[in-house]
Design a protein around this ligand. Structure first.
Ligand code: ADP
Length: 180
């Protein structure tokens, strides 16, 4: 496991990273959970930036990602991605969650950013089972990092103990794997 990936527990809005990823909804106009926290911390400039993107591109479908400025946050940019709503697992939820992580990484890299923080997308209001979502997050990101070398540091920012332990276990398992 590369040291490029780290687990933190706490509030993602306080981090000093290039990019904070928001678990947005398709409207891009804010919501509850981490979306609400990011908009509160960033101030009205973030909502204005989101409205502009929405005017130009319309709604953001699940699996897609868009980038805006970051208002009052310490981060330089916010990437808004929409995870899937959990509907039992037969509605392409896994692929859409993977897309959300991968498209966010691609967008950060395309904009020249090197440090990025992710919340546990879809595991709040959208109801994705936490263990399955953590596995997708870790696998998608580690797979991406083996093929792309521009990103320097990725943080998984977990809000609750359960999610933190899930990510820590997954990353430890990867670290224990023989590399040769
Ligand atoms: P979704 O609609 O994609 O499920 P939520 O915001 O409801 O998004 O939840 C996604 C994850 O973000 C959940 O694990 C939730 O506990 C977590 N979360 C909520 N607030 C914050 C915050 N300020 N910082 C980091 N994670 C947060």
């Amino acid at each position: 496991m590369q040291p490029r990936v780290q687990v933190l527990q706490g509030d993602i809005t306080t981090l000093d990273v290039d990019v904070i990823v928001n678990a947005a909804n398709p409207s891009l106009l804010g919501g509850g959970g981490v979306d609400g926290a990011i908009h509160r911390a960033a101030g009205p400039a973030l909502l204005e930036a989101c409205k502009q993107v929405r005017q130009q591109q319309g709604e953001c479908p699940p699996g897609h990602a868009v980038i805006t400025t970051a208002g009052n946050l310490r981060a330089k940019a916010v990437i808004h991605t929409v995870g899937p709503v959990w509907r039992g697992g037969d509605e392409h939820e896994a692929r859409l969650l993977e897309d959300a992580y991968r498209n966010s990484l691609q967008l950060a890299e395309a904009n020249g950013y090197t440090t990025i923080a992710f919340p546990a997308i879809s595991t709040g209001v959208y109801g994705y089972p936490k263990a399955a979502a953590a596995e997708i997050a870790v696998n998608t990101i580690t797979d991406y990092l083996t093929r792309h070398h521009h990103l320097q540091q990725i943080y998984f920012v977990c809000y609750d103990d359960e999610t933190t332990h899930l990510y820590q276990r997954l990353l430890t398992q990867l670290g224990d794997e023989p590399t040769g």
